[in-house]
Every structure is written in structure tokens, then in C-alpha cells.
Design a protein around this ligand. Structure first.
Ligand SMILES: [Cu+2]
Length: 96
């Protein structure tokens, strides 16, 4: 089985949003979280309850991290740059 990819993009039109904000993964095991930042504001992607995060990146950089995702539950992805979660930078990965 391949590694399933969850791709999060941040665009100039909504520079404090991950798009898409909802993801569903079908398989257990490892997933790859890919962050593409199309803004000049630094962002990262973190799943704190699973202890993973990408580097903080700026414009045009794509960063990824792999994590084993347990079955059952919804995992929150946030941006760890101070103030960005409060501004709405969160997404969900549903692994039901
Ligand atoms: Cu951010």
C-alpha cells in the first residue's frame, strides 16, 4: 500500500487558512502531510497530538512530514506560528 498524502495549501486569497480544511484518509498506517505555502507569511503544519510538525516555510516552499495515523478519530492540524491558530489556521484529518 502506498503512503496516502494529505496536501494543505495556503494561498494569498486566504493567507491564514489551510485549503482544503477537511481531509479523510481511508487507510491506516503512514500518511504524508504536505504543506505548500503560496504566501510570504511564514507557516507550518503540526499535528500536536501525534507529535509531528513541518518546518516553518515561506513563499513557494513545499514541506512534508510523515506520520503514522491511528485508526478512529479526527486529528487536528494547526499552524504553530504564534497567533495563526487563533486566526483560523486549522484543518482536520478524519481517519474513521
Ligand atoms: Cu501560519
Amino acid at each position: 500500500m502506498g503512503v496516502e498524502t494529505v496536501r494543505l495549501t495556503v494561498t494569498q486569497a486566504a493567507p491564514f487558512r489551510f485549503r482544503p480544511a477537511k481531509h479523510h484518509v481511508r487507510r491506516g498506517g503512514k500518511i504524508r502531510v504536505v504543506l505548500e505555502n503560496q504566501t510570504d507569511i511564514p507557516h507550518n503544519a503540526e499535528i500536536r497530538e501525534l507529535g509531528v510538525k513541518t518546518r516553518v516555510i515561506t513563499y513557494g516552499v513545499v514541506e512534508s512530514t510523515e506520520v503514522t495515523i491511528p485508526s478512529g478519530g479526527v486529528f487536528e492540524v494547526i499552524c504553530g506560528v504564534p497567533g495563526h491558530l487563533a486566526a483560523g489556521m486549522r484543518a482536520e484529518i478524519d481517519r474513521s
